[in-house]
Design a protein around this ligand. Structure first.
Ligand SMILES: O=C(O)COP(=O)(O)O
Ligand SMILES: [Mg+2]
Length: 227
């Protein structure tokens, strides 16, 4: 029995899974800090702050720059600045990971339905997919603010199960963060964890995905492997 026999749809995470987006997230974070007359941060730091959406990223950056907890009102003031800067940067220094286009094409040819489930704000998600020419693959694109709750809450995944009338054993979540694996477990579906993305500097294997993949193309190998 292979997973391929039962999986009919895949929900893909975006940042750290399809796109290495940290260079642009870091540039937008630093532009925001500069505008607020705060010290700059490094790309390596931003890599450990990504995962819970734009507002939490900014909260972590401001807390780091200030050396104390950021207040809600300061964060409210910083968010429009960050959104403006990120809109400008978006795909300037970001890149698709190796094998993404080829693997998405193969999955599409196999008749697998595909969706995006990201914690990135929705307004940036489609433009980023379009910039890399992969938007046509995804029938449904859910951003972190598309529904009431984001990953690790299972809501975006249960939304797909309901809208596409899928059984829990027919949908697979693929992502780089413990939030992806936790959301999948909470929704009662299988998940694959990728090792090359951003996971707060932690080993994705510790979150207990059904398979650990070192490259995007490994997804196909793991799907067709016999259990
Ligand atoms: O924007 C984030 O914080 C994370 O985005 P992701 O869910 O696509 O990894
Ligand atoms: Mg991710």
């Amino acid at each position: 029995m292979t997973l391929m026999n039962r999986i009919r749809a895949i929900a893909f995470d975006l940042d750290g899974t399809l796109v290495d987006s940290v260079p642009d997230l870091a540039a937008a974070t630093n532009d925001t800090l500069r505008e607020l007359n705060l010290p700059q941060c490094t790309e390596a730091e931003v890599r450990t702050w990504v995962g819970n959406g734009a507002r939490v990223l900014m909260a972590r950056a401001l807390t780091h720059a200030l050396g104390r907890d950021v207040t809600g009102s300061m964060l409210d003031d910083a968010m429009p600045l960050f959104m403006r800067h990120y809109e400008r940067h978006l795909e300037c220094h970001s890149r698709l990971y190796d094998g993404v286009i080829e693997t998405l094409n193969e999955l599409a040819a196999m008749g697998i339905r595909m969706a995006i489930v990201t914690n990135k704000p929705h307004r940036f998600t489609l433009p980023l997919l379009r910039a890399f020419g992969i938007d046509d693959h995804f029938e449904l694109v859910l951003g972190g603010d598309s529904l009431e709750r984001m990953k690790p809450d299972p809501l975006p995944l249960t939304h797909i199960l309901d809208s596409w009338q899928l059984g829990r054993d027919e949908l697979l979540m693929v992502g780089d963060s413990r939030n992806d694996i936790l959301a999948a477990k909470a929704a009662g579906i299988a998940s694959f964890g990728l090792t090359y993305g951003y996971n707060y500097g932690e080993d994705i294997g510790l979150s207990g995905p059904d398979a650990v993949c070192n490259t995007f193309a490994d997804i196909l190998t793991r799907l067709t492997a016999t259990h």
